[in-house]
Write a protein that binds this ligand. Structure first.
Ligand code: ADP
Ligand code: MG
Length: 705
């Protein structure tokens, strides 16, 4: 234990402490690349090694081979560099006389593009130690741009070098403009004692079971501090991948264990009530919807807070589930809060809740930024007294003076639109802290394992039965006219269309199709129709006015930015066309597509591309054309764009602390680590306690509590 705490202290030592009085400036560049502690340095691996010969006399410098030598400068031939834009750089040929055994051999060191400071340093030196590849020029041996190991080395330095045999020099990558040499320099400054004290965080029996090496051993192998066979090098790398997943899984388990240890009062829901809530709707709930409602009521009966993620494609009926839960809570004397990312969504949800719950005497109320003054005060009073059971709103719900009498659960719709802090603040308004997150972004197993552990996940896979489906097509220049006439036909049939553009105003990149431009363009194609624009920067009452007019069919074509992505429910809109679809992630396109074909008529989804699109982008869009399986699409997105695209910014930032392990490439290690960590947590109480202590302040752990 003692050992691990002391090396923990070492690990938080700023890198500057490795440098004595004058730390180099590139440390801040490293810090910007996330390299702040010694431990971070250990994870920068050389990608190859160079064999450095032993220090020798110039007679051993053979053309084509690397050579390390020591020479006395006896002639400097300096020429200004006249190349284009080279400023005050210069070239120099420095002739040196062998100092290894004073045999009078000479060698030319040819430097190009020297900075004045470098030139001065060389010109002022007497003896230099240099290293590089030997070449021939006009029959003379020379080294072009040699590395200067030191100028005027001490006797002792020379002595050590003379005794040393051939060695391996690690070649590091360039990181945030920090040169490989500089990285090598900092790493070489890590004290030996630090290496000795690297703690083993994965129990030895697990490493053995998985045929892996220790953490320290693996690091040493990858930095070539110990000899290893190629097979061992692979195992070392595998070990570190496993290690990263393992530690992450432990943190997730710690998070779960902390949640489970905060005891709360269970909410008992009778089977009779559940049966009743199934019958609230004018339609039959799907089996998946019923299953999720059951799962949640089981959660409510537990003595710890629920933290459940419900994922289901757009239109799978998540809102109906939320309504059912609100009913159950209200019947048991609890309030319910539902937070949406936009006002128009909140408005729509409010209508859905109101329709089902008000006739049963369950009071619902909308709270957005629009609710002000006296009306707001009145609302606050009624919420505090418990008269209002269901509050539906935007982040206006989070404000401090919004207080509940007995909040039983909060639901966050489309969590990735909110910050973690916002969610925690809302959840904290209830004593139970039950939190349900609903998302239409399907999360591939590897991502959910690594981000949520297997923390309570409900999936709604089946879609309500009478859906007519969606057809998706890529529209190119050749088929554009066909697309226009198709659009016209659907509108003549009384249906409506969305046209989605990626940018808002001209201030964005020049080549982006902007909303106003598209509005004009489509108004020209369809002079007899009503068109309107909708974007995120409009005032919210303007927005809801337009959504209302669209919903009342006063507008036939709505040209919008991706504000329509989340949850706008216009069953009569059957066509959507996305312009410049390559600017969207696949999951976003899939979400957008979910806006059409919601009624009992089929939906049509067009991706309108222009000539400039790359073959790669076109291939990606074909995935959308070919499948409506949100999971498949999310998997592809994960492969193409990485996890940040699927989780929100904040979440993915916290989740992705891994350095080499990648959930797509290394999912088998993730599964192993998951299994091992879970088993260890179930069987070793001491390990659990130790881990809770060690990680309780880690961002991953704090994310959900
Ligand atoms: P989501 O929130 O998952 O996108 P919604 O809950 O908004 O989906 O449901 C989309 C539409 O389908 C709504 O109009 C809703 O009334 C309807 N719906 C929900 N569940 C069912 C069902 N089981 N059968 C038929 N229609 C349903
Ligand atoms: Mg919804």
């Amino acid at each position: 234990m003692n050992q691990s705490t002391s090396s923990k202290k070492e690990a938080s030592t700023e890198l500057s402490k490795l440098f004595g009085r004058k730390p180099p400036r590139f440390l801040s560049q490293l810090a910007n690349a996330g390299i702040k502690k010694i431990e971070d340095l250990l994870w920068i691996f050389p990608y190859r090694f160079e064999v450095v010969p032993r220090l020798n006399s110039f007679a051993y410098a053979s053309p084509g081979a690397k050579f390390i030598g020591i020479g006395k400068i006896y002639h400097v031939d300096k020429k200004p560099n006249r190349g284009f834009k080279k400023g005050n750089l210069s070239n120099a040929t420095i002739r040196v006389l062998d100092q290894f055994n004073q045999d009078q051999n000479t060698l030319d060191l040819q430097f190009f593009n020297l900075y004045p400071s470098q030139l001065t340093r060389l010109a002022e030196a007497n003896v230099i130690l240099f290293y590089g590849e030997v070449g021939l020029f006009n029959g003379r041996k020379q080294i072009v741009n040699p590395e200067i190991i030191s100028t005027d080395p001490t006797e002792e330095e020379i002595h050590i070098l003379k005794k040393r045999s051939e060695s391996l020099k690690p070649i590091y990558p360039t990181l945030n403009k920090v040169k490989p040499e500089q990285i090598r320099q900092v790493i070489s400054l890590i004290p030996e004692q630090y290496w000795d004290q690297i703690p083993e965080l994965v129990p030895a029996n697990l490493l053995e079971k998985r045929n892996l090496l220790g953490y320290k051993k693996s690091l040493q192998i990858l930095h070539a501090m110990v000899d290893a066979t190629p097979e061992e090098k692979i195992r070392a790398r595998d070990t570190l991948i496993y290690f990263e997943f393992f530690i992450e899984q432990i943190k997730l388990l710690v998070r779960r264990s902390i949640i489970r240890n905060k005891k709360i009062k269970p909410i008992k829901i009778s089977q009779e009530q559940i049966e009743k809530c199934f019958k609230l709707f004018p339609f039959e709930l799907t089996d998946d919807q019923k299953k999720v409602i059951q799962e949640i009521s089981i959660d409510l009966d537990k003595a710890y807070s629920m933290m459940r993620l419900v994922q289901g494609d757009v239109g799978s009926g998540k809102t109906a589930v939320a309504i059912a839960i609100a009913f159950l809570l209200a019947r048991n004397g609890y309030q319910f809060a539902y937070m949406c990312p936009t006002e128009s969504l909140a408005q729509q949800h409010m209508e859905s809740f109101f329709q089902i719950l008000e006739p049963l005497g369950i009071k619902c109320h909308l709270i957005t930024g629009q609710l002000k003054g006296k009306k707001r005060n009145e609302f606050l009073e009624r919420l505090k007294s418990g008269e209002i059971s269901v509050a539906i709103g935007t982040h206006a719900l989070i404000v401090d003076d919004v207080k509940f009498k007995n909040l039983g659960m909060t639901v966050i719709d489309e969590q990735h639109k909110f910050g973690v802090e916002q969610r925690l603040k809302l959840t904290a308004k209830s004593k139970t802290e039950h939190c349900l997150i609903m998302t239409a972004t399907p999360i591939p197993r590897s991502l959910s394992l690594s981000f949520y552990g297997d923390l309570d996940l409900s999936i709604i896979k089946s879609m309500p039965a009478q859906r007519k489906g969606i057809k998706s097509r890529i529209v190119t220049g050749e088929t554009f006219q066909q697309f226009l006439s198709f659009l016209k036909t659907r509108i003549e049939m009384g249906e409506q269309a969305f046209i989605v553009v990626p940018a808002i105003e001209e201030s964005e990149a020049m080549d982006m199709t902007n909303l106003n431009h598209s509005l004009e363009r489509f108004a020209q194609y369809f002079p007899d129709l009503q068109l309107a624009g909708l974007h995120g920067k409009m005032k919210s009452d303007e927005k809801s006015e337009i959504v209302k007019r669209f919903s009342n069919k006063e507008i036939q074509i709505l040209i919008a930015t991706s504000v329509v992505e989340v949850g706008i429910n216009i069953p009569n809109a059957s066509v959507m066309a996305v312009l410049n679809p390559e600017r969207f992630g696949l999951s976003s396109l899939h979400q957008l597509r979910g806006r059409v074909g919601r009624g009992d008529r089929p939906g049509f989804f067009f991706m309108v591309v222009d000539k400039k699109i790359s073959q790669d982008s076109l291939e990606r869009l074909k995935i959308i054309e070919e499948t409506t399986d949100g999971f498949k699409i999310a998997e592809s997105d994960l492969e193409i764009r990485g996890e940040g695209d699927l989780l929100g910014r904040e979440q993915s930032g916290v989740g992705n602390q891994r350095r080499i392990a990648n959930i797509v490439e290394h999912s088998s290690f993730l599964e192993m680590a998951r299994e091992d960590a879970t088993q260890l947590f179930e069987t070793n109480q001491q390990f659990v306690q130790q881990s809770v202590q060690q990680y309780s302040n880690d961002p991953i752990v704090r994310l959900t509590i």
